[in-house]
Design a protein around this ligand. Sequence first.
Ligand code: NG1
Length: 385
Amino acid sequence: MRGLPDPRQQLVQTFGNGGETWVVSAPGRVNLIGEHIDYHGLPVLPIAIGRRIRVAFRARTDRRIRAVSAEEYGLREFEWTPRLAPTAAGDWENYLRAAAEAVGRKWGAGAGVDAAVVSDLPPAAGLASSSALMVAFTLGLLRANQRRASFEELMEILPEGEQFVGTRGGGMDHAAVLASREGCASLIEFEPLAVRPIPVPADWRFLVAHSLQTAEKSGAAREEYNARRAAGTAVLKRLGFISYRAAMEEASCPEKLPPGPERESFLHVTSEAWRVRAAVQAMEQNDAGTFGRLLLESHTSLRDRLRVSSPALDQLVETAVESGALGARLTGAGLGGCAVVFCQKRDLAAVRRGLIDRYYAGHPDFDPDRHLIDAQPGPGALHLA
Ligand code: NG1
């Protein structure tokens, strides 16, 4: 991982010298298994990674929020009023507004900030860069207003708050970005909310491999994501269950359902939840073979049942396995973005090489620093210095 620059320098360069400055860091995350089920209240198993967003903050005496990021994003500013509306779709200011609106709804709008953002987390890649930005900005606004919030309070406002940009995720990203522990995967449960650290065996390695096709969350992929969520909820209702947990406790088989997308959606969600349970067990027992198999089964289900893969992601998964990986699957919402690749430490170099030679060859845009990332389990924002 290349070193991240100090955001304090950019803060001073952009806004001049000023009062007390502090830095908040929030890592990206990669979901190991449990895809498209967090929004149905079912447990998922992500890790926070070493790549992160760092934001330097300074409190202001008025309600202005000013923030600067890398050149392509630029400077944004707005007034922190009690009811904020989104700005142009796809603009990064929406994540700043989402954080301010989330904090404002619970505690009231407060003092504004000057902020500078630096990041080595590639955007739109299934690594939750948007959630990391929102988490970092929320923590910064709270600190500027001398407010302490518990993990539970943050989880009350953050997933809901991201709906501001059009996606109502299930809370996996915010929980992983906030509460992960170094060296552990996070088994995140939602009913009730809990994060259980599961130690990752020392010789297990994960790579995040970009398909080189981005899934812009603020664009068409958003509709697809929201449609998957709606279909999953509709089928549950049709079967008369109050939750997927209830459906699973009855070990229900959807015989009543006619073949079609609703049935497939139900089968994806319930089978993926079983795979998460089995994957936790495999991790606890250091059973790499079973863990890898479960990742591959998850990918097949996402491809065939939920239809959120892409030919590029399928090829990436196939190439990873041919190169010596024990398992691989699309990670995040899909329809582009990344795959997570799992292998033993001794095979890591060969898997990397294989992906570069067989998948990335002939792609002049390929940049190993952005597109083929070593993802070892790191701490979340609440546990980072
Ligand atoms: P990505 O695509 O990594 O942002 C999204 C959701 C998650 C989860 C996954 C699919 C947001 C912020 N995140 O992740 O909550 O539902 O898709 O498993 O919407």
